[in-house]
Design a protein around this ligand. Structure first.
Ligand code: FES
Length: 172
């Protein structure tokens, strides 16, 4: 089941442009076109990856998103929900970048880049507030699930594919 995406401040311009489009389409009797545009909007703004309310990354792109080869991580230290592991992941080109693996629930894990989608600084994760940031460069804040909720960051933090087998996580 897909969760409904709640647009953030940074999504306002996208939402506004779609509203303008939908209004214009309706005025010309293009209900079918409007319906298709709305379906596209929903598809681009929801994510069923973890089945958690508030996910927000599917369909997004950013110049700060990385391409990585599959990497494994020992997660035996994550014995309780809310715990996290700081990671250094390697891009396919060989550069490294900060990331984090969070045990968000008893049986749910999340691997996120910690490269801010505004200009590439590192927003720290706070387990206490379950947020990333404020980013040290321009104060963007992200939810625990990586959704950009304030500041100039235009996109969510990158979420990686994750497979758990015993105490090994494979990130790709
Ligand atoms: S680089 Fe993070 S808010 Fe600008």
């Amino acid at each position: 089941m897909k969760d409904t995406f709640t647009p953030t401040d940074s999504d306002t311009s996208n939402l506004a442009s779609r509203r303008t489009f939908l209004k214009g389409a309706a005025s010309f009797g293009l209900a079918a076109v409007a319906g298709a545009a709305f379906a596209e909007f929903l598809a681009g703004c929801t994510d069923s990856g973890l089945g958690l309310a508030g996910e927000c990354q599917e369909g997004r792109t950013s110049p700060y998103y990385k391409t990585i080869a599959s990497q494994t991580v020992d997660i035996s230290s994550l014995t309780a929900s809310g715990q996290s592991l700081d990671l250094t992941l390697t891009e396919t080109g060989g550069d490294t970048f900060p990331a984090i693996l969070i045990r968000v629930a008893a049986d749910k894990y999340l691997a996120l880049s910690q490269v801010c989608t505004h200009q590439g600084c590192k927003p720290e994760y706070s387990a206490a507030s379950q947020t990333f940031g404020p980013c040290p460069c321009h104060q963007s804040v992200y939810t625990q699930l990586g959704c950009n909720v304030s500041g100039p960051a235009p996109n969510p933090l990158q979420k990686f594919n994750l497979t758990i087998s015993g105490t090994t996580a494979t990130i790709s």
